[in-house]
Write a protein that binds this ligand. Structure first.
Ligand SMILES: NC(=O)c1ccc[n+]([C@@H]2O[C@H](COP(=O)([O-])OP(=O)(O)OC[C@H]3O[C@@H](n4cnc5c(N)ncnc54)[C@H](OP(=O)(O)O)[C@@H]3O)[C@@H](O)[C@H]2O)c1
Length: 327
C-alpha cells in the first residue's frame, strides 16, 4: 500500500511516501480502506518522537490517529461493521499500530462508528480525536451538568470547537478564550462570554462572569498560558487539563494545590478503547444539527509535511484533513 512513512523521528522532512505491506486485521479488528486522515497536534509531537513515553518507535512508522473510509475486510469474530460500511475511527495508532496516513489501516471494530449518511469522508476524519477528547473531558471525567458555568481555554481549535458546542448542548453556560481573529467564530459556536486572551485579563473576565467561581475549567492550551487557572474554579468544582506533552506544568504540585482548595483536579487523556459508542453518539448530534463541524482545510496526503507545519503553529481554526485516496 501507499503510505506516508518515517524511518526516523524528526522535523517535517522525515515524512516520505513509500510502498509498504498492507496490514492484516487480527481477531476483533477491521481493515479500513482510508479515504481521509485527520491531522491532530499529536501528529507532529509523534513525528518528533514525543510518544516514546508510551511505547518505543519501530520503523518504518506511519503516523495518524483519525481516519474515515470503507471497511475492506474484517478479522475473526467481527460481526459489525461489515465490508463496504463507511466508518470513522481514531484507530489503533495509540497502541503503536500503523496510523491513518496510509491507504489501509487496521482498527479494533469497537473503535469504529458508522458515518452519518450525508457526511463526507473528510468531515468524518476531522472528528475522532478532537471530539472524543472533548466529550470525555466534559462528561466522562468532568461530569458536566446542565446549568453549570464552564470555561474552555482554547475555544477555537479542533478540540475547543467541539467542547464549546458539547457544553452548550448539555445546557451549560460557556465562556471560552481565543485570539482576536477568532472571537466571532467562537461566539458562533455558542459561547456566551468570549474572552480575547490577547486583549483581556482572563481571570478578571471570569471573576465578572462567574463571581462564585467556575463549576468547571477545561484547559486545552497549556499550563503556562493560564497561570491563575486554579483560582478561577469554585471549591468542589472541576479543573480539567488536556495533557499536551509540551506545556503541562508540574502535575504533582498542581494536584496538591487543587486539593488544598478542594478542587477536583483532572488530567484527561483521550481513551480510544471501545470508543465506538461515544463516536456514534457524537455522530448522532452532528447528524441532527446539534453540533456543527469546525471549518476544515483539506490537503493531499503528499502535503502532510505542510499540514504539520500549519498545525505546529498552534493557531489553526478548526481542523486539517489529508485526502489519502479515492475510495
Ligand atoms: N492528551 C490527549 O489525549 C490530547 C487529545 C487531544 C488534544 N490534545 C492536546 O490538546 C491541545 C489542543 O488540541 P487541538 O486539537 O484543539 O489543537 P489545535 O486545533 O491546534 O488548536 C489549538 C488552539 O489553541 C488556541 N490557542 C493557542 N494559544 C492560546 C492561548 N494562549 N490562549 C487561548 N487559546 C490559545 C488557538 O487559538 P487562537 O489561534 O485563537 O489563539 C488554536 O485554535 C494540543 O496540545 C493537543 O496536543 C491532547
Amino acid at each position: 500500500m501507499r503510505a506516508m512513512i518515517m524511518e526516523k523521528t524528526g522535523g517535517p522532512e522525515v515524512l516520505r511516501l513509500a510502498e509498504v505491506p498492507t496490514p492484516e486485521p487480527g481477531p476483533g479488528q477491521v481493515l479500513i480502506r482510508v479515504a481521509c486522515a485527520g491531522v491532530n497536534p499529536a501528529d507532529w509531537k509523534d513525528r518528533e518522537g514525543m510518544l516514546a513515553i508510551y511505547a518505543p518507535y519501530r520503523f518504518p512508522y506511519i503516523l495518524g490517529f483519525d481516519a474515515a473510509g470503507v471497511v475492506e475486510r474484517v478479522g475473526p469474530g467481527v460481526e459489525s461493521p461489515r465490508p463496504g460500511d463507511r466508518v470513522f475511527t481514531p484507530g489503533n495508532h495509540g497502541q503503536s499500530a500503523w496510523g491513518s496516513y496510509a491507504e489501509f489501516m487496521v482498527a479494533d471494530a469497537d473503535r469504529t462508528a458508522a458515518m452519518p449518511a450525508a457526511m463526507s469522508f473528510a468531515a468524518a476524519a476531522s472528528i475522532p480525536v478532537a471530539a472524543l477528547t472533548g466529550w470525555q473531558a466534559l462528561f466522562d471525567r468532568g461530569g458536566l451538568r446542565a446549568g453549570q458555568r464552564i470555561m474552555i481555554h482554547g475555544g477555537s481549535g479542533g478540540l475547543g470547537s467541539f467542547a464549546v458546542q458539547f457544553a452548550r448542548w448539555a445546557g451549560a453556560a460557556v465562556a471560552a478564550t481565543c485570539s482576536t481573529a477568532n472571537v466571532d467564530y467562537v461566539r458562533g459556536l455558542g459561547a456566551e462570554r468570549v474572552i480575547d486572551y490577547r486583549l483581556e485579563d482572563i481571570a478578571e473576565a471570569i471573576r465578572a462572569w462567574a463571581p462564585d467561581g467556575l463549576d468547571m475549567l477545561v484547559d486545552a492550551v497549556g499550563a503556562s498560558t493560564l497561570p491563575g487557572g486554579l483560582n478561577m474554579v469554585r471549591p468542589r468544582g472541576a479543573y480539567v487539563s488536556i495533557p499536551t506533552l509540551t506545556d503541562d506544568g508540574n502535575i504533582e504540585a498542581s494536584f496538591a494545590a487543587a486539593e488544598a482548595r478542594q478542587v477536583c483536579r483532572i488530567f484527561s487523556t483521550m481513551s480510544d478503547v471501545a470508543c465506538g459508542g461515544s463516536l456514534a453518539t457524537i455522530a448522532g448530534l452532528i447528524a441532527r444539527g446539534h453540533v456543527t463541524l469546525p471549518p476544515m482545510r483539506t490537503l493531499p496526503l503528499e502535503q502532510a509535511a505542510q499540514a504539520h507545519i500549519a498545525i505546529q503553529t498552534g493557531h489553526v481554526r478548526g481542523k486539517i484533513v489529508l485526502n489519502v485516496a479515492e475510495v
